[in-house]
Design a protein around this ligand. Sequence first.
Ligand SMILES: [Zn+2]
Ligand SMILES: [Zn+2]
Length: 134
Amino acid sequence: MKIEGKCHCGKISITAEVDPNTATACHCTDCQMFGGGPFRTVVVAKAESTQIDGDPKEYTKIAESGNPRIQAFCGECGTSLYATDLNKTVFNLRTGFLKQREELIPKKHIFGDSSAKWLKDLDQHQWFPKTPQQ
Ligand SMILES: [Zn+2]
Ligand SMILES: [Zn+2]
């Protein structure tokens, strides 16, 4: 499926062709730290189908496997864009900035060992359509 997304400030746009079945949620502690929440979600896009418009800022971390992993984000607004290998053969696009994010339902959850325990009973929390009325 074709996907498209823009960072919050609009300086960077990305389009790609993805298989929605590759949508994955990662609960590793690095994702929790980079994402500012309990997990991050990605969908896999091959480099040849990925078009990046703009100049993402890149930070290379060493993954648990020992491999370097590029983390890309907008240097202006901080929107998370993708992770990739040093040769940029495959892009793991963050689904949060994609227009089609609602259709990219994670089929698997990885690093379940470090998953926030409270995620299991989200339906028992208090929910509001927007913010609570004062
Ligand atoms: Zn931006
Ligand atoms: Zn992760």
